[in-house]
Structure formats: C-alpha cells, structure tokens
Design a protein around this ligand. Structure first.
Ligand code: ATP
Length: 351
C-alpha cells in the first residue's frame, strides 16, 4: 500500500519562493587530515524543486549536503537561503532539515517522541507540538504507529518517522542523504513515488543525495552529477541523459558503450552508443559493429548481449526471448552516436 493512493496528485500549491532557494557559491571543503572533499562548487537549488546530487562513492555528495544542513562548515565559500547567508548559522535555526540514510531515530523514544523531539528542543508549547506531530503523522500515514518504538517498526516505517521528524520543523529546505538505500527494491520504488508526491504537495525545496541513477532520474527536477568534488554536469534529467557532457556522465548514467574511436576508423577520441540504440544488421553509411558474442545477462524482460568488436567489448540490448546468434552485426544510427574528445568532453550538440 502506498501513500500516493491517498494524496491527490499532483498538487504543487507552492509558488516559487525566493526565500526557499539555496545558492552555494565557491564551496571548498577540506578536512583536518588534508582530504579535499569539495573543490569549488557552485550550486543553485531552485525553490520548490527537487535537486538530486548524483555521483560515485566519495565524490562529495554527503559533504555538500552536510554543508547545506549546517553539519559541516565550508572551508571557503558561502551558502545562502534566499537572501540570508546561512553559512555559519546554527543548523537548528537555518530552516534546513535533514533526513539520514540510517533513519537516525532515538531507540528509547516512541515514534511520537522522535517526531516531537525537534519541537521540544525549540521549546514549542505542548499543545502545538501535539498538533504538529499529529498533522505530520497523518500526512505520512503513521498515526497508528506513534506509540511504537523504532525496534517495533519496519524499515519503511522507520524512514517515514525519520521524514516526519524533519517535516515537523516545517523547513524551507529538506535535505536527504540516500534515505531509501536501506529499503528493499520494491519498497524503494513506492517510497520514491511517495516522496515525490509529498514534495509536490508541500512545495518544499528538496536536495536529495543518491548514487542510484534510476532513483536520480525518477526524482530529479534538476540533476547534478558530481565527480571528485566538482560538478561535472547539471540540468534537467532528460537533457543530462540525452546530452551527457563527458564520458564520465555518459558511463555513469545509463551505462553507455564508450569505445575508442580510432580502431573503428573514426578520428581520435571516444564514441558513445547506448546499448538500446544499436540496431541489428548493416546500414549503408552507418557505423557498423561486428564480432562474436562473449556473454549475455538476463535482466528480466531484456537480455544484455556482450560482444567483441576488435579489442573492445560492446553491449547491446535484446528482448529476453530473442535468439542470440554466435556473431553479432549491428549499426548505430548517426543521430544516436555521442562523440567525445581525447579529454572525454562532449563534441557537438550540447545543451
Ligand atoms: P558515499 O556515496 O560513499 O557516501 P559521498 O559522495 O557522499 O560518498 P563524501 O562522504 O562527501 O562522499 O566524502 C567525500 C570525500 O571526503 C571522501 O574522500 C571521504 O573519504 C572524505 N571525507 C568525508 N568526511 C570526512 C571527514 N570527516 N574527514 C576526512 N575525510 C572525510
């Protein structure tokens, strides 16, 4: 059962509000041991939108999120929430609430006590606390669980309590660090849809960290790909997917085939072709790839076929029931070929 069944969708009632946009400028973060996690990051998170930070382990996603939430202080640069400079402000007073990967619940408190806690710390009067917890619990459909301790809750329920504890503060910005990664695959998908519905309903500015490309593409209004402490590319997810700015983004998002161009009779550099864009057979004038099949992976309705093309391995997708020959010949329509220079930067169409 998912929450989306109960929420009228989509009801983005919030107007774009400058007070809830986040602007990070020139953020550098180095730690005491000399590790530089962020190397001059400029990031704009529009009000009322979901910005997803995507990238491999260690690229600086969590550090950037923690800087926005106030759990880390940037070594250089500043962070603004609307017109306010919040770089140095108290995490509890900056209008940003964080949801953690491991829920971060107090084991001795009930769900009610966990959600209520930030309001107690802020000395909100008791009646108002009860009212606000009740409202958030209803929104998250956990009213019936409020008396339970975390140990009596499932992973998905714990995560709802964690989200409730963040929402009860009525933050301008909600930041989430891989909040669904501890859940099983099916629950992840339904929780992802719920989160998006909830965000649309509340109009809260959201910054969401993941290293899961499917989650990123499914959630993002703005997708930001990080690499080694820098922003490699940002834009709407369709654009980033269609026009990856570098071989790094192309390989990370959608697992594109990245092939050395020269052995294929093309100018030096790299060409990228998505496995689903390869078409069986020759076609006059099109780039043709041919060679023996070396492996296949069944993914469910599809099968990924790996074949050798000279010294390189190419992946293509076929339907699961299709007969896989021992040798493959495919071509890549010209408009499906992405070209990158020797540094790995996109050549040609770039949005
Ligand atoms: P993951 O997906 O694995 O969580 P991430 O992209 O969120 O990775 P960060 O946690 O932001 O990456 O870490 C970025 C870099 O900073 C890594 O090299 C990490 O080891 C380092 N780092 C993070 N926190 C500290 C710290 N407190 N002291 C020293 N180095 C740190």
């Amino acid at each position: 059962m998912t929450m989306t069944e109960n929420i009228t969708l989509p009801t983005n009632t919030a107007q774009p509000d400058r007070a809830a946009e986040v602007q990070c400028t020139g953020i550098i973060k180095s730690f005491a041991d000399g590790t530089v996690a962020l190397r001059k990051v400029d990031l704009h998170c529009p009000s009322g939108a979901i910005t997803v930070l995507l990238g491999p382990s260690g690229c600086g996603k969590t550090t950037l999120l923690r800087c926005i939430a106030g759990l880390e202080t940037p070594t250089e640069g500043d962070i603004r929430l609307g017109d306010r400079d919040i770089t140095q402000s108290d995490p509890r007073r900056r209008g940003v609430a964080m949801v953690f990967q491991n829920y971060g619940l107090y084991p001795n408190k009930t769900a009610f006590g966990n959600i209520e806690y930030p309001l107690r710390r802020a000395r909100v009067p008791k009646d108002e606390r009860r009212e606000r917890v009740a409202r958030v619990a209803e929104l998250l459909r956990i009213t019936h669980l409020l008396d339970r301790k975390p140990v009596q809750l499932s992973g998905g329920q714990k995560q709802r309590v964690g989200i409730g504890r963040a929402l009860v503060r009525e933050p301008a910005v909600l930041v989430m660090d891989e909040p669904l990664s501890s859940l099983d695959a099916e629950l992840r998908v339904s929780m992802r849809n719920e989160l998006r519905a909830l965000q649309r309903k509340l109009g809260t500015t959201m910054v969401y960290v993941t290293h899961d490309q499917t989650e990123a593409l499914g959630l993002a209004d703005q997708l930001v790909v990080l690499r080694d402490g820098r922003i490699e590319q940002s834009g709407n997810p369709e654009e980033v997917f269609a026009y990856p700015a570098s071989t790094f983004v192309a390989g990370f998002l959608g697992a594109m085939n990245l092939l050395d161009a020269q052995p294929l009779g093309l100018p030096p550099g790299t060409i990228g072709i998505r496995p689903e864009d390869l078409v069986p057979g020759h076609s006059a004038g099109a780039l043709t790839l041919t060679g023996p099949v070396i492996d296949t992976d069944l993914t469910g309705t599809e099968r990924i076929v790996h074949f050798r093309c000279g010294q390189q391995t190419v992946r293509m997708r076929v339907r699961a029931g299709d007969l896989v020959p021992t040798d493959i010949t495919v071509h890549a329509p010209a408009d499906r070929i992405h070209r990158f220079d020797l540094e790995g930067n996109r050549i040609g169409v770039r949005r």
